[in-house]
Design a protein around this ligand. Structure first.
Ligand SMILES: [Zn+2]
Length: 476
């Protein structure tokens, strides 16, 4: 443990140094002081978290973060030392599924715990209903100060994502150092994630001593943004993604360092997650928001407690982004969100921490959903791609596909024998395919949430329309 702490101190010192070099002294008004001072905790401390009234919640969402590209998830490159540190002293969810491969659809499900089919947030113009109950509203009602800092226009307040936040802001972009490269400027954004960290630090400066819920949505990975001076992993497109993951991990490290320096980490539940992954031509597709295969839907999820676990715990059973807030609210003994498809993972967490057997008698299927026509001018018929993950299998239904080899209507993969999921075994396993097909059809037949019936239609502003055009969508 000492070694890890020493190493973490080193990491933080390194992060501070890199920050000073990259941005000049005075960028963040912090100095590296002491290493992680969280006490060691155990199962009892987890169980009794809800009895404490001094626990804050920091939620850092790293956009476009594919689980397979994190060293915290076994990737051979050292892309994520901060995630690794938090996982090694907390919880890592080893098989975690996002509910879409496109930000807005995915975040609407994450914030409500409700699957995309039931949120009604499936197309570029759809917004989240004001009648939906979000965790920010629950935190606010429980007396937390609430703030959201975001840089992705798909979660802007006009799409309904500001509910429950007292402050919900896009941070002003500062000048970017010359050595910073942005290889994927599909979405043109001002500034960098360091601006988001600055804004978060400012919020904590004012409200850090109250009880708070802070959401920080990082975008540098989406943009393939990295600092050439600190690049470790080569220069092709996929290498640059890894460089950006590493860069963003260091930005996260700066924010956590700030919590350490302000004596806040031992009063903070840290929640780290992502909205979707990224593809690198595995099956002829690059980027995200096109399909729901493993590359774009297997995402990381880590929880750090206000104390350290002696050694990190991995949850091996399947989990989903719709489970995140039911779990966190349950841990803190706050009111549950209504109508969720997700559920609290506290039973799995307690089983894993106490070394009891993990795993359900009957595994719960997990769904991901993308309307392939999400950005097309309406009215346009729906073209849902639905993924059903169950056990080692992943079944994909692509409604509206022609069924030709380059446009398959159905696929089935078994990760037990084919970890990359490139071998379609739909013909070889007709019975399993039938069972999963029924689950996918049943998913599509589910009624909307009480507030999901008529998701508000939001007119895109010119900047948003421009982003869509840049992605190749026909926007009127
Ligand atoms: Zn995204």
């Amino acid at each position: 443990m000492k070694r890890i702490l020493g190493w973490f101190a080193g990491l933080m010192a390194f992060a501070l140094l890199a920050m000073l070099l990259a941005y000049g002294a005075g960028f963040l008004k912090i100095e590296y002081g002491n290493a992680d001072r969280r006490p060691v905790g155990n199962a009892w401390d987890v169980q009794s978290l809800g009895m404490r009234d001094d626990v804050n919640v920091l939620f850092v969402l790293t956009d476009t973060l594919r689980a397979h590209r994190l060293s915290a998830y076994g990737y051979e490159r050292e892309t994520s030392p901060t995630w690794e540190y938090m996982a090694s002293s907390g919880l890592r969810f080893g098989r975690h599924l996002s509910q879409s491969s496109w930000t807005k659809c995915s975040m609407a499900s994450m914030w409500t715990g409700v699957y995309p089919q039931r949120t009604g947030v499936l197309k570029s113009s759809h917004g989240l209903s004001e009648d939906a109950i979000t965790p920010a509203e629950i935190f606010f009602d429980a007396g937390f100060r609430t703030a959201g800092i975001w840089r992705n226009g798909w979660v802007s307040p006009n799409f309904g994502f500001g509910q429950g936040f007292e402050v919900y802001e896009r941070p002003p972009g500062k000048a970017i150092p010359r050595s910073v490269r942005i290889e994927n400027p599909h979405i043109k954004l001002e500034g960098t994630d360091s601006d988001a960290v600055n804004a978060a630090v400012e919020f904590l400066r004012v409200h850090g001593n109250e009880r708070w819920f802070l959401y920080v949505h990082l975008m540098d990975v989406h943009q393939y943004l990295y600092d050439e001076k600190n690049a470790l992993f080569g220069s092709d497109y996929s290498d640059i993604y890894d460089n950006s993951v590493r860069h963003t991990d260091e930005v996260l490290g700066m924010l956590l360092t700030h919590l350490v320096d302000e004596d806040l980490l031992q009063n903070t539940l840290v929640v780290l997650a992502s909205d979707h992954g990224e593809a690198f031509g595995e099956r002829g597709i690059e980027g995200h928001a096109r399909e729901v295969y493993r590359e774009t839907t297997e995402v990381p999820f880590v929880i750090g407690f206000p104390f350290r676990l002696e050694s990190g715990v991995t949850i091996e059973t399947r989990s989903r982004n719709v489970d995140i807030w039911p779990t966190v609210l349950d841990l803190l003994d706050l009111p549950a969100m209504p109508e969720t498809d997700g559920r609290s993972l506290v039973p799995e967490i307690m089983a894993a921490i106490t070394g009891r057997k993990q795993g359900e008698e009957v595994p719960t299927p997990a769904f991901a959903h993308l309307d392939r026509h999400w950005g097309k001018a309406q009215p346009e018929e729906d073209a849902p791609s639905i993924a059903v993950a169950l056990g080692s299998y992943r079944y994909i239904l692509r409604e509206g596909a022609t069924g030709k080899p380059n446009d398959p209507a159905e696929l089935l993969f078994d990760a037990a024998s084919d970890p990359e999921e490139l071998l379609n075994v739909i013909e070889e396993e007709p019975e399993r395919a039938q069972a999963l097909r029924e689950l996918a059809r049943g998913y599509l037949d589910r009624p909307p949430a009480s507030w999901g019936e008529d998701a508000p239609s939001v007119e895109l502003d010119e900047a948003e329309a421009e982003q869509l055009r840049a992605l190749g969508y026909a926007v009127p």
